[in-house]
Design a binder for this molecule. Structure first.
Ligand SMILES: Cc1ncc(COP(=O)(O)O)c(C=O)c1O
Length: 551
């Protein structure tokens, strides 16, 4: 056995005492019984335990130099003794071993590679999550985002050393203003929901500037869930406006509720039923006539970009999810960015900083430099200017598509969603299918499922077919909702295969096929207790021996 300088064994993966006949390679006894293989692996689908279960505390995969007896900092040399660290760490130095498993490099690399193979990804296949658009992210965007002039700049660098980066932000802002037909843009919000908060803060400032303290924000039932959450977070009382039988805002109910206490309407358009609000102009006029302002959740802009300019619909503020409309992985796949576009009425209240072109140079307008016309800004949303990596990806996406390409993105997204809707509506109930074409996502319900089968059972069956499930039980206006967003990047061949898989599971659900209750049967794990996982997540590894001793 070889030892490192500290006397710890360096041999990778030493067998533990008495474990010679146990499954290796991470197999677990229960899993092994289920798969019928000695390892618990299913051919190339490999079982993977936790790092702590692979390695142990006695072995090490890295060999550090011993701590030098003398440390030089600047021009001063310090003797190494405990007091040197104790002073510098203020008494917070570690007193016990940290308890991390020692692994060799191949063990660590294999661990993460094996885990990554159990993850579903947009680069593996169609990812039908509605509302959380998962579309192909062109690799060109990634290349541009990694250019050192964008990726390595520091937010505190002097502006004259980052002119290119500031120009990129400015150009992207100009595109967003042009595409939405609005008057100004705040680039700094870092997600869709953050953009919602930004819009509401601007609305509140505008109302307060005219001495108007209003307390209520109206939110249609077909709005995204973040809308009421944001309004409540901003201190407003939230009231619902019902949807009509066609899945749109009930205009009469809205008009009946409008009054002097209503600060704003927060409307998602296209809405979470995947439908366009055709009464949008009438809705905006009614809100304005009652002295309120209109906030539009524009996260679904990918369905209308290049076709509709929200500025023409009477909207006062709208966020855009760059990480939906202009590619970039959504959700857990990466950071977000939610720029907000404003009408002329809200522009003076927009947050700082923003990029402006002055005498041929790009400058970040801050509190000290904001001119008179920006003097009413409500403040700032973030410390610096926003998500540079997202800006460069979005700008690369926009410039590589051009105006006509973006219009085609929206048209293809809508075409694909309608293809899925029409190909499936004979086996899946489409609650608003009769009211015309959908936008970028197709909505189904569990009506017609037999034998007590539910949307969850269908979703689990889809996992066995090799697909990530669609968005489930959202929007709430539809029972057992299933929201499918194929996106514009899927080919007809890809859509046909997905439709075939979904049809087959839907037919089983309609026939009351109880075997669906056991799905997924081919996935690395069967059904998990999702409630327990959400309510009592186990996020810390405890050595079973020590945990027992503690009890
Ligand atoms: C319609 C809609 N609004 C708001 C959001 C919230 O965006 P974020 O997750 O970036 O906060 C989403 C997220 O996808 C959305 O689909």
């Amino acid at each position: 056995m070889s030892l490192n300088r500290e006397g710890r064994p360096t041999r990778p993966n030493p067998p533990r005492d008495g474990e010679g006949d146990q499954p290796k390679g991470g197999g677990r006894a229960g899993e092994a019984a289920e798969t019928g293989t000695w390892t618990g692996n299913r051919a190339l689908m490999l079982e993977e335990p936790l790092l702590f279960e692979i390695g142990d505390m006695e072995t090490t995969g890295v060999d550090f130099d011993p701590v030098p007896q003398e440390v030089t900092i600047g021009h001063r040399a310090f003797e190494h003794d405990e007091s040197f660290y104790a002073d510098r760490l203020g008494g917070l130095q570690r007193k016990r071993p940290i308890g991390l498993a020692g692994l060799s490099e191949p063990q660590a690399v294999r661990h993460y590679t094996r885990l990554s193979r159990q993850n579903y990804a947009i680069d593996l296949g169609l990812f039908p999550l509605g509302s959380c658009t998962m579309k192909h992210n062109p690799r060109l965007n990634e290349k541009v985002a990694r250019l050192p002039g964008f990726a390595d700049v520091h937010p505190l660098q002097p502006a004259d050393t980052v002119q290119g980066a500031l120009e990129a932000i400015h150009r992207l802002g100009e595109w967003l203003i042009r595409l939405t037909g609005m008057h100004s843009v705040a680039m700094s919000p870092k997600a869709g929901a953050h953009g919602e908060l930004c819009g509401l803060l601007a609305i509140r400032s505008a109302l307060e500037a005219r001495g108007d303290r209003r307390e209520v924000v109206l939110v249609p039932e077909s709005a995204h869930g973040t809308n009421p959450a944001t309004a409540a977070f901003a201190g407003y009382r939230v009231e619902n406006i019902p949807a009509n039988a066609r899945g749109r805002v009930d205009l009469a109910a809205l008009k009946a509720r409008l009054g002097p206490d209503v600060a704003a309407l927060m409307i998602t358009n296209p809405n979470t039923c995947g439908l366009f609000e055709p009464d949008m102009i009438a809705i905006s006029q009614a809100v304005h006539a009652a002295g309120g302002l209109v906030y539009c959740d524009g996260a679904n802009f990918n369905a209308i970009v290049g076709r509709v300019r929200p500025g023409d619909l009477g909207i006062d503020a709208m966020h855009i999810n760059l990480h939906k409309t202009f590619s970039t992985p959504h959700g857990g796949g990466g950071p977000g960015s939610g720029p907000v576009v404003f009408s002329p009425a809200l522009t003076p209240f927009a947050p700082l900083p923003f990029v402006e072109k002055q005498d041929g140079n790009f400058v970040l307008v801050e509190e000290e430099t904001a001119g008179e016309h920006h003097g009413s800004s409500f403040g700032r949303m973030v410390a610096f200017h926003g998500q540079m990596g997202m800006f460069t990806r979005a700008l690369a996406y926009i410039m590589s598509h051009g105006g006509d390409g973006l219009r085609q993105v929206a048209e293809d997204a809508v075409l694909n969603a309608n293809y899925v809707l029409r190909r499936l509506e004979d086996v899946l109930d489409a609650p608003f299918g009769a009211s015309g074409p959908c936008m970028h996502e197709a909505l189904f319900s569990d009506k017609g499922f037999a034998g007590g089968l539910t949307t969850l059972d269908l979703a689990k069956g889809l996992i066995d077919e090799g697909y990530h499930p669609m968005t489930m039980y959202f929007p709430l206006v539809v029972h057992g909702a299933m929201l499918v967003e194929p996106t514009e990047t899927e080919s007809k061949q890809g859509l046909d295969q997905f439709v075939g898989a979904l049809r087959s599971v839907a037919e089983r659900a309609r026939a009351g096929d109880q075997s669906l209750k056991a799905a997924p049967v081919h996935a690395p794990r069967r059904r998990l207790d999702e409630t327990l996982a959400a309510r009592k997540p186990v996020l810390v590894y405890r050595d079973p021996d020590r945990a027992e001793a503690a009890e």
